[in-house]
Design a protein around this ligand. Structure first.
Ligand SMILES: *Cc1c(COP(=O)(O)O)cnc(C)c1O
Length: 431
């Protein structure tokens, strides 16, 4: 994109216009750095990157390097390799701190998302008889719901009382920001933790993280975020917003491969506090003396102090391949293009809606609180349309009862794909 933002441009629902946007797109060449899945010999329209990001072409080489190091050097590669396994995870904080908006010492790559959520709650959800509630969003991702529920029970409280979900108003899908703030005020000093996602996985709504954090702190609670759908998608400033902790997975917008290693952020005021309770393992031990193998846990005074195990190098190699691309593209440019793509998608869907039976498409992603994902309901014909799109080489997400999630990703999707997606929907809904 050049300097004009997409809102300033007169949008058109034509192939020529979409191609023109692609020609002006200075990130267009990044698509060549990815494997695009195929359908009948042609590139799929892959709008499912919020669920599983595409594989960078380089990933295979980086994983192969580690397999070769294992074959040729075995144990020696822990210390004598291009990227020694012993400290492999230390590659990431520099790059990730830019994506998450924090200091390098505040970020660590380890485990997987649900595991990290539990580890964070062990440290940051420490209920007392007076302060024991968790305030969260209605319809949080199921794994997060189960983490909250089991942590509450584990601590001896009743989830029905301790977990407060802030709901959308009747007949609506996204949650009013003032309702979140109101709920935090209302439950006040009975709240131990306020935990939302950065971007809701279902509606694509972006939550106002700085304001939620500020309000949580005002009532004396901690604030954490699940950034699974936010990292690599929207601007984040965890440290600047004084967020206490956050976690994410790396296989969605971060393109690091199925089930790949997760990440966590812990504010330095907590990370440097060695007395903070946690579940410990040897890799969280002070690395200067780790191999003295002494009794008594002495944690690193950084986010690394929450590590349990040594680095899963094969999935970290995939993570490295992906983060190198983010570094080259730059998050600011990616966010700008991501917004332009989702704005264009909303424009196209609104046009299509007018061309077919008016109001059969209801967009549920709030226009002013979104990243790249656009969620919509197609009344009556939802599942039929979804199947039709899948049969025609489009990859999108379906969530019961009737939500289609379409996510054009700035690293590898095009404006032309958004246009063609609209044409496929129009053709199906016109029959
Ligand atoms: C994708 C996602 C998960 C998945 O958790 P894993 O432990 O990686 O399987 C959890 N929570 C949220 C909010 C997600 O979007």
């Amino acid at each position: 994109m050049n300097d004009a933002t997409i809102q300033e441009i007169q949008l058109k629902n034509t192939l020529e216009f979409a191609q023109q946007l692609d020609e002006q797109d200075e990130l267009a060449h990044f698509r060549k750095k990815f494997h695009i899945p195929q359908h009948l010999g042609k590139d799929k329209i892959y709008f499912d990157g919020n669920s599983l990001g595409l594989q960078p072409i380089k990933t295979i080489d980086l994983i192969n390097d580690e397999l070769k190091a294992w074959a040729g050097k075995a144990g020696d590669a822990h210390f004598h390799a291009k990227w020694p396994w012993y400290s492999y995870h230390e590659i990431f904080p520099q790059q990730l701190s830019k994506l998450v908006g924090c200091l390098p010492e505040e970020v660590v790559v380890m485990n997987s998302l649900s595991v990290n959520l539990h580890l964070m709650l062990v440290s940051f959800y420490r209920p007392t008889s007076r302060r024991y509630k968790i305030i969260c969003e209605y319809k949080a991702f199921p794994s997060d719901q189960y983490v909250f529920e089991s942590q509450v029970k584990y601590n001896g409280y009743d989830p029905a009382d301790a977990i407060v979900e802030v709901k959308p108003r009747a007949g609506e899908h996204s949650i009013h920001h003032e309702d979140i703030i109101q709920a935090i005020k209302e439950h006040g000093d009975s709240i131990a933790l306020v935990m939302f996602s950065g971007v809701n996985y279902y509606t694509g709504q972006v939550f106002n993280m700085p304001a939620i954090t500020e309000m949580a702190h005002k009532v004396g609670a901690l604030a954490g975020f699940d950034l699974a759908h936010a990292v690599g998608n929207i601007e984040l400033n965890m440290h600047g917003w004084k967020v206490d902790f956050a976690c994410w997975c790396t296989y969605k917008y971060l393109n690091s491969g199925p089930g790949s290693v997760g990440g966590a952020y812990i504010h330095e005021k907590h990370a440097s506090n060695k007395n903070l309770p946690r579940f410990a393992g040897w890799w969280g031990y002070d690395k200067r003396t780790r191999f003295e193998m002494k009794k008594g846990f002495d944690p690193m005074p950084t986010a690394e102090g929450w590590q349990l195990s040594n680095a899963p190098v094969l999935s970290m190699a995939a993570h490295k391949a992906a983060l190198d691309i983010f570094e080259e593209a730059g998050l600011d440019r990616l966010i700008k293009k991501g917004q332009a793509l989702s704005d264009f998608l909303i424009f196209i869907l609104e046009k299509v809606n007018r061309n077919v039976d008016n109001n059969s498409i209801e967009i549920i992603t709030p226009k002013k609180e979104k990243g790249c994902q656009v969620s919509f309901i197609v009344k009556n014909k939802g599942k039929e349309l979804y199947d039709h799109l899948m049969d025609n080489g489009v990859a999108i997400g379906w969530r019961e009862p009737a939500v289609i999630r379409a996510t054009p990703v700035p690293l590898y999707n095009t404006f032309e794909e958004v246009f063609r997606f609209g044409q496929l929907i129009q053709a199906k809904l016109s029959t």
